[in-house]
Design a protein around this ligand. Sequence first.
Ligand code: GMT
Length: 409
Amino acid sequence: MLVKGMNAGAEKSVSYLYNSFLILDLHMNIGIVCYPTYGGSGVVATELGIGLAKKGHKVHFLSYARPQRLNEFESNIDFHEVAVNVYPLFEYPPYDLALASHMVDLIKYQKLDVLHVHYAIPHATSAYLAKKILGDAGKHVAIITTLHGTDITIVGSDPSYLPVVEFSINQSDSVTAVSEYLRDETYEKFGTTRNIHVIPNFVDMDRFQRVERSHFRKAICPNDEFVLTHVSNFRKVKRVTDAVDVFHRVLNSGIKAKLLLVGDGPDRVNVETRCRELGICDQVRMLGKQEKVEEILSTSDLFLMPSGSETFGLAALEAMSCSVPVISSDVGGLPGLNIDGETGFVCPLGDVDEMGRKAISLLRDKEKLSTFSKAARKRAEEFELSKIVAQYEQHYEYVIGKMKERELV
Ligand code: GMT
């Protein structure tokens, strides 16, 4: 380690201090802040926290409700619920302030080394505020912001939020993005010159693997139909009606198939309307929010992700891990995940004809479908949970080391 203006002996002791942190004090106190609802950023944050806790770190989750995937007892994990007091004057109760107050308590009393916030709005801003409030007592805590998607690409770059998001990103001790695409978008949309580290999303390949679910398949597909699946939070950006249109083309080709729609959200009504317009309601199953998505993916032949914007596409990665090839649009981080002609097909945004053609070509060729299915699982290995959790762990250590180094200069 090189520290400006330091003699060899002092440099050695700094190096020892830095290394001793890395080697002796490996167990950190980590605060993780996320949205608790169904959605990629909350899933990534939760699985990361569980992974870190299993490695011996103490993890404190902070959110307005228990994250959906945090549903089993884990001795190294605590959950802290942020309650927002209502008051007649507040038409919009200030969650970001209540969150900042909780963060102050966590940093102070749980002696956090790292406060890792997922999704910039408002988490990065609350974290900045908490650290400012604590002054010297909070100087040691590393605020790490992970950018996930619409916090940059849609909501965050809206003029009503942009200055605050930009400021908060610049004030974090470190910023990570879930794909190169998102990193580049952040550079383009925000006036930030700081280094943004790319740490991709990940999947638990033990959990998300193809398992025998013939009874479920028999119940859903009594006539041995193919199964096409879509999983999302049914926001406009997911273009679920495109998935229905693609499926309609598959049916029109004479292939017997069912479409499983997993999740729920604001666009559900439009999706139901589209199914009725096309007269295919009997072939479409709306399964709603599901805990064990891997069981549904295990009985799927193709996964549809026709999104209008997608920085990474975690749901597609989970499908690939269950050996399900993906038909996706070509936006954002999707071409970087779904390898066109190998793990599935990447088609122009909104081109439901092309998506339909590609889906039909795979379903008509069993050998090709099986090759794609194996390639999808193989591709998922590059995003295997333990590899990426280790990357985050090393990143925390690196940022803390850098902060300690600066303190000593
Ligand atoms: O940004 C969002 O729309 C929300 C976010 C979430 O919380 O679900 O999704 C984003 O983060 C996921 C996890 O990193 C990514 O896999 C999704 O691609 C991304 N969604 C979009 O970019 C639309």
